[in-house]
Write a protein that binds this ligand. Structure first.
Ligand SMILES: Nc1ncnc2c1ncn2[C@@H]1O[C@H](COP(=O)(O)OP(=O)(O)OP(=O)(O)O)[C@@H](O)[C@H]1O
Ligand SMILES: [Mg+2]
Length: 590
């Protein structure tokens, strides 16, 4: 941040104490401004000093809304997002195109993680009209053609059989040319769809991450990328029109030739006195109009081809089988469980990066109705364990048991009904606050009182009541109309309302300020009573009351015990080291 103007927003006071200027906001107004020292000097009168005291007393060395303004840098926030964009894109390509054995879960995960919804949202475009044209129009065409052919051939043969035979014998040639054109176009339209996919993915991603794109001023770069991505489709499009043009031209040329031959032969027949000129024109007009019907069928095949391609790509997604069957019919369907979880010698690597082993023979037993905390450095595999307990993935080796039964023997839907997850990045859906809270339950069976109780427990009731329409307020697409902490509290309420036996909290309170965190933490502790809970947290102060703390390092369990027993190990212990590291800045604040 040296020699750059930087604006930092932080909940953790320790991260901002060295800033040149600290601006304190409260309910949208600036209440204090100055250096850390000058603000602290105000004593208990001052907001900062008061909060530091409060958080120190409560072991929460963090504060709500601290905005730092200093004449320095600003690449941290946005830099992280930049990595996310490029990383995401890569992952999505791998999953959707590189790996045929990707599970549905992974596809959905990739779609969500990397905005591959470009791919998904492209499918239904004009899908229904194309399917309708495929089924309805095909039938109509078939009947129309068959009846036209039968009637006109009969009439032609009755009126002037020699001429009719010549014309009929030329029909297959015309049909053949239309058919060849159709096959060519079919191949090319499939190629075209694939080429178009790239650019629509890019566009969807850019629109989805509009803020990041604007923050980086990378509009022109995105446009350039889009133009590049359009090159393929354009080339395909040009080839396509060449073939289509030549195909159409030759089939129409053939039609004209057949007319010329017919009239020539007809003239010859008249000169021989074999038929009258009236009969020639009758036969000619009848058979030419039939030829047109057949030609129309040929022309419409292009549309039908496109329809067939769309249907094929939609069914390809529908037919995709996941190795993890969510509704396994033979699986056990427990009404209730105790909630003892045991990981036994679990080896795991993500299917998209199978060379990077994330868990190496991890064994960990999580007692029923107790709280177990997972701590460790970033990337040590905490969220991965949560994902394995939810069975988003299966371990490569080893097993995960719940109540002594391998989770692969359960009916996954029934099992997941008993588990609630609050993830690291809370996801909300377009819909009202209430809909978001009751999401994942049988909507009608949840009363307003239950929704409110869950919201109260998650410390969300107050802010929800402050919204324009209370529980009926729309969250906006992906919850964009709410702050990070508000989204997290709604996600917690959603987990609570399901009344789960196992509660998985992955950094569930990381986006809250110290005051809300404390309240939510207390609420969570109340909710965690008599439930198995697995808590992941970076702030060790939030997990010190857990019954068991498991310390992970590079995918292996290195320590396990209560806070007191782990602290008793002294400087030898990993956990002791982590706690000391986190306490260091806050002790120096005093
Ligand atoms: N979807 C994924 N595909 C491939 N690799 C992944 C995926 N998710 C995580 N990883 C890798 O697995 C490792 C463990 O990740 P995990 O998310 O479990 O870490 P964590 O302990 O939860 O970290 P943090 O505290 O930062 O959330 C990391 O090295 C990460 O790069
Ligand atoms: Mg994580």
């Amino acid at each position: 941040m040296v020699r750059r103007t930087s604006v930092v927003v932080a909940h953790r006071l320790s991260t901002v104490r060295n800033s040149d200027v600290i601006a304190v906001l409260d309910k949208g107004a600036l209440v204090e401004k100055g250096s850390h020292a000058s603000l602290m000097a105000k004593g208990l009168e001052g907001k900062v000093s008061w909060t530091v005291c409060l958080s120190t007393l409560d072991q929460y060395p963090f504060y709500s809304s601290v905005v730092l303004v200093s004449p320095q840098s600003g690449s941290l926030l946005v830099g992280e997002r930049g990595i996310q964009i490029s990383g995401g894109q890569k992952q999505q390509e791998n999953i959707l195109f590189g790996k045929e054995d990707a599970t549905a879960e992974e596809v959905v995960e990739a779609a969500v993680a990397a905005n591959a919804h470009g791919f998904i949202s492209q499918l239904p475009q004009g899908y229904d009209t194309q399917v309708r044209s495929l089924v309805g129009d095909r039938m109509a065409l078939l009947i129309q053609t068959l009846s036209a052919v039968a009637v006109s051939f009969t009439m032609g043969l009755v009126i002037a059989w020699r001429l009719a035979l010549v014309m009929i014998s030329m029909q297959p040639l015309i049909i053949l040319s239309f058919y060849a054109r159709r096959v060519l176009l079919m191949k090319m339209s499939a190629k075209g769809i694939k080429a178009q996919l790239e650019s629509s993915k890019l566009a969807a991603e850019a629109v989805g991450n509009l803020r990041t794109v604007t923050a980086f001023s990378s509009q022109s770069r995105i446009l350039r990328l889009f133009e590049l991505a359009q090159l393929g489709p354009r080339r395909e499009g040009i080839r396509h029109s060449w073939f289509a043009g030549v195909g159409l031209g030759s089939s129409q040329g053939l039609t004209c030739c057949s007319w010329a031959i017919t009239l020539l032969y007809g003239g010859h027949l008249i000169s021989q006195g074999m038929i009258s000129s009236k009969a020639i024109f009758q036969t000619f007009l009848i058979l030419v109009s039939t030829g047109r019907v057949i030609a129309d069928v040929g022309a419409m095949t292009t549309d039908l081809t496109r329809g067939a391609d769309t249907v094929a790509s939609v069914f390809a997604v529908f037919d995709r089988k996941t190795p993890i069957e969510p509704d396994n019919a033979d699986g056990q369907r427990p009404e209730s469980i105790r909630g003892a979880i045991e990981l036994r010698g679990v080896h795991f690597a993500y299917p998209t990066r199978s060379e990077a082993i994330v868990l190496r023979g991890l064994s960990l037993s999580i007692e029923a109705r107790k709280s177990t905390a997972l701590v460790g450095a970033s990337g040590s595999g905490k969220s991965t364990i949560i994902a394995l307990i939810e069975r988003f993935y299966d371990p490569i080796r080893g097993a995960i048991n719940i109540d002594g039964v391998d989770i692969r023997s359960y009916n996954l839907r029934s099992l997941r009904r008993l588990i609630s997850l609050v993830g690291q990045e809370p996801t909300l859906f377009a819909g009202t606050v209430r809909e978001n809270i009751v999401y994942g339950t049988d909507h009608d069976s949840v009363s307003d009182a239950e929704v409110e109780a869950a919201a109260r427990a998650a410390n969300a009731h107050e802010f929800i009541c402050g919204l324009s329409d209370g529980y009926q307020t729309s969250c906006g697409e992906r919850g964009v109309q709410l702050s990070g902490g508000q989204k997290q509290r709604i996600a917690i309420a959603r987990a609570i309302v399901r009344n789960p036996k196992i509660l998985l909290l992955d950094e569930a309170t990381s986006a809250l300020d110290s005051m809300s965190e404390k309240v939510v933490q207390e609420a969570l502790e109340r909710v965690m009573v008599r439930r198995t809970s697995v808590v992941v947290a970076h702030r060790l102060s939030t997990v010190r009351n857990s019954d068991v703390i498991a310390v992970l390092d590079k995918g292996a369990l290195v320590e396990k015990g209560s806070h007191a027993s782990l602290m008793a190990k002294g400087s030898e212990g990993k956990y002791y080291g982590l706690v000391n590291l986190q306490q260091a800045p806050h002790q120096s604040q005093l």
